[in-house]
Design a protein around this ligand. Structure first.
Ligand code: SF4
Length: 346
């Protein structure tokens, strides 16, 4: 029976160095291979031209390199690109390139499907099948960086973990991927250009704070009233706002890093003054920014974007209370690439 080969990118640099020593070679060979695997994103051992042919064959005997494959790329009329990314086991996730005048942002997935059940989100309808490995997250970033260079003549500038899945439910792999993305031995990107967006898992927010991470934190809040939030994000019953708020206070005390709240205003759900007042009260304890995001209906119209007047009310009250607010137009709607629309509809 053929032995199942291990994915070489599951090995740390030290493990790779040890492997070469065990093979009677020099530890330094491990550094060379590691550089090919991460910094140069080699797809095959044959591409490793400064490694001898014998060594490459030996690697081939022991390992595979499980690369993602962009199965389908769709381009929106506004320049947004959506990639359907096939994983080594055939499952598919999506990632999105969002271009603006000055930036290219990659929106990447962290899980196949999602275990949470936000009622307004298309991904929630796919049950969570598995977590993505660090290399699968890293490869989505590399694919978007390549597309940015090809179509926009500039490298990728920012990354948001806002694609499919709840990143803090795949904590270790997400942090491991970020470590490689920011390492000079990987893509060398500044952590200041990365934002992890969570629906709010208090325990994991505290853990990130303890680890003094350098990337930004965004919380998909959508309501600061428990009853309303639980009705649209049922896991709020398990992680109520009181616990979330306490975790965010801890985050701010440890990191002194501003918190961003992602917020959609829906007609008949949170388009009232009471809802805005609750939001102000919730986030005033630390420097905060509220991103009001335009909603993209996913089907039957149960959730409808609120009126411009309601959005304006949010904007005015938040500003009066010294909270930074931006209103973001949705991007890539025509290719189902906008927030909450990622659902492998091909
Ligand atoms: S909004 Fe995010 S956390 Fe909620 S179901 Fe969708 S992917 Fe999961």
């Amino acid at each position: 029976m053929e032995r199942k080969k291990k994915d070489i990118r599951a090995l740390t640099k030290d493990q790779l160095r040890d492997f070469f020593v065990d093979q009677g070679d020099k530890a330094f060979r491990g550094n060379q291979v590691y550089e090919w695997l991460w910094q140069k994103s080699a797809h095959s051992f044959d591409a490793m031209t400064n490694i001898s042919k014998e060594t490459r064959s030996m690697l081939e005997e022991h390992f595979v390199i499980n690369h993602i494959k962009v199965d389908q790329m769709q381009r929106s009329s506004d320049g947004t690109i959506k990639n359907a990314v096939r994983l080594h086991d055939g499952l598919v996730v999506e990632s999105v390139l969002i271009p603006t005048e000055t930036r290219t942002t990659a929106c990447v997935s962290s899980q196949v499907g999602c275990s949470l059940d936000c009622r307004f989100c298309a991904t929630a309808r796919l049950k969570r099948m598995r977590n993505l490995n660090p290399d699968e997250i890293y490869d989505q970033v590399v694919a978007i960086d390549n597309e940015s260079r090809l179509y926009f003549n500039r490298p990728l500038s920012n990354i948001v973990f806002m694609g499919m899945g709840e990143p803090l439910m795949n904590y270790n792999n997400v942090l491991n991927a970020i470590e490689k993305i920011t390492s000079p031995e990987g893509l060398g990107m500044s952590p200041k250009r990365i934002v992890v967006s969570t629906s709010g898992v208090p325990k994991m927010i505290k853990r990130m704070a303890d680890e003094k991470v350098k990337f930004g934190l965004a919380v998909s809040l959508h309501s600061a009233i428990d009853e309303v939030r639980t009705s649209i994000m049922p896991f709020n019953a398990t992680f109520p706002l009181k616990d979330l708020r306490e975790a965010l206070e801890y985050w701010y005390a440890q990191t002194k890093s501003r918190i961003t709240y992602e917020y959609v205003v829906w007609s008949g759900i949170n388009d009232t003054k009471e809802a805005v007042d609750a939001l102000v009260k919730f986030c005033k304890f630390a420097p905060s920014k509220v991103n009001i995001i335009e909603y993209n209906p996913i089907d039957d119209g149960e959730f409808q974007q609120a009126s411009a007047k309601a959005v304006e009310m949010y904007q005015n009250i938040l500003e009066q209370n010294g909270i930074t607010v931006t209103v973001r137009r949705s991007r890539g709607k025509d290719i189902d690439a906008a927030c909450g629309q990622l659902a492998n509809k091909q």
